[in-house]
Design a binder for this molecule. Sequence first.
Ligand SMILES: C[S@@+](CC[C@H](N)C(=O)[O-])C[C@H]1O[C@@H](n2cnc3c(N)ncnc32)[C@H](O)[C@@H]1O
Length: 251
Amino acid sequence: MDLHARRADSFGEQAEAYAEHRPDYPVAAIRWALEPLGTDERLDVLDLAAGTGKLTAGLCAEGHRVTAVEPNEQMLSELVRRVHGVRALPGHAEHIPVPDQTVDAVFVGTAFHWFDQQKALPEIARVLRPGGVLAAMWAEPVTDVEWVRELEQVSASSVESQRQDPVSFMAHPSFTKAEQATFPHTHRRDSPEAALAWINTHSRLLVIDEAERAAISDKILAFLRARPETSNGPFDVPLRAEVYRMVRVSE
Ligand SMILES: C[S@@+](CC[C@H](N)C(=O)[O-])C[C@H]1O[C@@H](n2cnc3c(N)ncnc32)[C@H](O)[C@@H]1O
């Protein structure tokens, strides 16, 4: 298995920690993504690569009928345990286990970069009703803030990050050009140890060997215990949710 595939498949071994320590998404991001549908009604929504249900829970709280699709068994089990009232199905973005034109919106939280996009985009177009929305979002630390930028540097591993420009890799003739918006968010951590637990759920740290991970963990804890912003009691990590929305065009 190549590194990209290993990273894409790495989350399950820490599924419980993922559910416990990863951030959710701001409700404003969900609402903005659905604006092109022009309705406040309950919608049929698919959360693709749903993981342990971080975004699924927000979609359910907005009152939508949600189907969650996730390939990793451990991640899907956590989702089923934690998010109720959702249809949860095993499956991949490249072969979505949902009939043609049955959903109003497809959401993808911090996962679109793991897909084979040439296969996933026509599949997403297939399941969407005409006029439906594809919304891909990423929750990222705000690195304009000095301590957050330094924390990112301290927690880098020998594995490089994968991100490219989503507007180019999401382009597809079945969709309008992506529109982008950014929403502020925060991730409350009670202690340096809780921040470390969050950072350690990222694939760049999940796929490295034990010795490298232990050395990076030591550096992260030393950094967080020394910084005034994070050393005493609970603190908020500033995040931004970057959202890209595209509308399914009729053929
Ligand atoms: C960083 S997690 C994001 C999970 C969740 N959406 C969230 O926001 O917390 C990435 C997820 O993508 C899933 N994934 C990886 N490759 C996939 C693929 N080809 N199709 C669907 N899901 C995939 C992984 O199993 C993992 O649960």
